[in-house]
Design a protein around this ligand. Structure first.
Ligand code: CA
Length: 623
């Protein structure tokens, strides 16, 4: 009898689940942007074209907001529902259907939608008088659901619909915008970050398929970042968590600050990623973590971004001693310092002009913590090096080489040259450790004008001399580089040796082609949306020398640039590439595996796309 009861209960339970999960069209209390526009007068209204008119079942009425962006209409469902499907219908107006493209459906459990995640993004609209539908791929239950109009569309939607079933759901799966990780930022009152000084309180959600499904939800702030890149419509952001986070499971650093690079002028969106791979091949001590992601801000799709380390002193980033205000004498005063030869130094709080007029920003210790002793120490130390270079003290006691770490200076120079970067000496990072006189150069950073993307020096491979000679530099940094790289007789051989090492470590065009192809596979769905959001492939942006009709054409130019550039440097340095090409696999060398972001993979799994390195040979493989 007991067994029968159990069986009966089981049947009832299954029936209840089946019944509960039957999706129905959901109703609730309308929530939405209060201010609408009365198109007959273009005036602000609270009675015409209201948010409720997107839920009245009437295709001749619509919601049109007074503000042009970040406006929404949705429902308070009064209980949690798992959403299975959404529907929409355009405003009865010639622009109606297009105004819905990139419109976003979101679900939340806070009335202010700070915790919202994407349910569905409209990529194909439908005709006036009809409904479009999208399947939702999300197991979490939501009390609040909404439709956020795309940028500049005034929401403009005749009807939105939500389908689902009553359930708290679970977090086993939250759908992303594409295969890439999605970074979702919601700011308080949907305030748009507007400058580099004001940190707007935000909730940040990161979704990825790392480790079979990864969800990070954390409080923080968002502001703009960058210099030239700040001028574009697609803004670069700096996010800062309240607590230190691995923003994705594979980040070496657990930190508060992360950057979202916009790559707006780079139509391939991957120039920085390629340059970072060159940096890893070149053996730079630290190459910033980067990962391609989709970004959603306050319910608006912002495009493909490069999620990246904030370049700063921290474990997993620049690993030097972090100074305290008590470190003002003896060995404690000698480091660590992190500085930047920086054309924009005069816009910073903590900076100096060197002996030969090189502008230098002191990044660490930070401007609100640095003491006058520390400031004097690092300025004097830099000037000591600058003075020695200026006075051509090439060798022996008093050589500039006692202060400038030449291997890192030359690697940094060659990475800039092989990537055709005009900004190598516009911004040059250096760090100094405690108890060590050397200023080490790195990391490399900012390649959006590299790889033939700068009309001032295009085409780079037709030039007979190094790029840095034709490019702008911070103050007199070009003179400094000339003296170190050319006037010092010992440097010629060192440049040749380090280039040889790079070539024998896997820097060759075939490998870069493969690497770029794998990035393109990864980014393909996202770049298509990015260029829907920002239709600029065929427009000149910033210093673009060319425009493109397709994304692939832009990528092909970069591939062919890198191929020619490697040969150009071989020729310039008299390096015979046949040795590098025919380099045999050293079967005694240990085999190491890396992911496409250059992170070491200790336990590769079958089917993983990996870079296999053995001795000097690197190949892309499926494990
Ligand atoms: Ca309606």
């Amino acid at each position: 009898m007991k067994r029968y009861l159990l069986f009966l209960n089981l049947i009832i339970a299954c029936w209840a689940v089946a019944f509960a999960q039957e999706s129905v069209k959901l109703t609730g209390t309308v929530v939405g942007t209060a201010e609408s526009v009365d198109y007959s007068t273009n005036a602000l209204s609270y009675t015409v074209n209201t948010a409720a008119m997107a839920h009245d079942g009437d295709l001749s009425t619509c919601f049109a907001s007074y503000a042009r962006s970040y406006t929404y209409t949705g429902l308070d469902l009064c209980d949690k529902y798992v959403i299975t499907k959404v529907g929409w219908s355009p405003r009865n107006d010639s622009l109606g259907p297009n105004r819905l493209v990139l419109g976003m459906f979101e679900g939340a459990n806070r009335e202010d939608f700070l915790d919202a995640v994407p349910l569905y993004m409209i990529t194909q609209s439908c005709s006036i008088g009809t409904y479009g539908y999208g399947e939702v791929d999300c197991s979490r239950g939501f009390r609040y659901v909404r439709y956020v109009g795309p940028s500049d569309a005034r929401c403009n939607v005749a009807e939105v619909e939500f389908y689902g079933y009553r359930s708290d759901g679970d977090d086993s799966h939250i759908g992303r915008i594409t295969n890439l990780p999605t970074v979702i930022i919601h700011t308080v009152d949907a305030e748009e970050p507007y400058d580099k000084e004001h940190n707007i309180v935000s909730q940040i959600t990161v979704l990825s398929d790392d480790d079979g499904g990864y969800i990070l939800e954390a409080d923080g702030t968002t502001r703009l970042r960058g210099n030239a890149s700040l001028q574009f419509d697609k803004k670069p952001y700096r996010i800062k968590f309240e607590k230190k986070q691995h923003i994705l499971p594979d980040t070496p650093a657990k930190c508060k600050k992360w950057t979202l690079i916009n790559n707006y002028g780079d139509k391939t969106l991957i120039r920085n990623c390629i340059a970072f791979e060159v940096s890893r091949i070149a053996g730079m001590e630290y190459t910033p973590y980067c990962r391609l992601v989709d970004v959603v801000l306050n319910g608006e799709y912002k495009g493909t971004y490069q999620l990246c380390d904030q370049v700063e002193v921290n474990p997993g980033r620049i690993e030097i001693d972090e100074m305290t205000p008590e470190d003002i004498s003896g060995e404690a005063l000698t480091g660590g310092y992190f500085i930047e030869v920086d054309a924009y130094a005069d816009q910073e709080v903590s900076w100096f002009n060197s002996y030969s007029y090189i502008p230098v920003t002191i990044k660490s210790p930070e401007d609100d913590a640095i003491t006058s002793e520390q400031r004097t120490y690092i300025e004097d130390h830099f000037n000591d090096m600058d003075h020695r270079v200026y006075d051509s003290k090439w060798s022996g006691d008093g050589s500039y080489r006692e202060i400038l770490d030449m291997p890192s200076f030359i690697r940094h120079f060659l990475i800039g040259e092989v990537c055709g970067n005009p900004d190598t000496y516009w911004s040059t990072y250096m760090s100094k450790r405690r108890g060590d006189d050397l200023l080490r150069v790195g990391p490399v950073w900012d390649f959006d004008l590299a790889m033939d993307n700068d009309s001032r020096i295009y085409p780079v491979n037709n030039r007979s001399n190094w790029i840095y000679k034709s490019a702008s530099a911070a103050g007199s940094m070009k003179t400094f580089a000339n003296k170190v790289l050319e006037a010092d007789p010992a440097s010629t051989e060192e440049i040749y040796q380090i280039w040889s090492q790079m070539r024998f470590s896997g820097l060759n065009a075939d490998y870069l082609d493969e690497y770029i192809d794998s990035l393109v596979d990864e980014i393909n769905a996202s770049q298509a949306l990015n260029f829907k959001r920002w239709p600029i492939l065929n427009r000149y942006v910033h210093l673009n020398p060319k425009t493109y009709s397709t994304y692939q054409a832009a990528v092909n130019d970069v591939k062919s640039f890198m191929r020619k550039r490697i040969t150009w440097i071989d020729n310039k340095l008299g390096f015979d590439p046949s040795g590098a090409r025919s380099v045999a696999i050293d079967s005694d060398a240990p085999v190491e595996y890396y992911n496409l972001q250059g992170m070491r993979v200790m336990e590769p799994q079958k089917g993983m796309l990996l870079i296999k390195r053995q001795g000097a040979v690197a190949t892309k493989i499926i494990y």
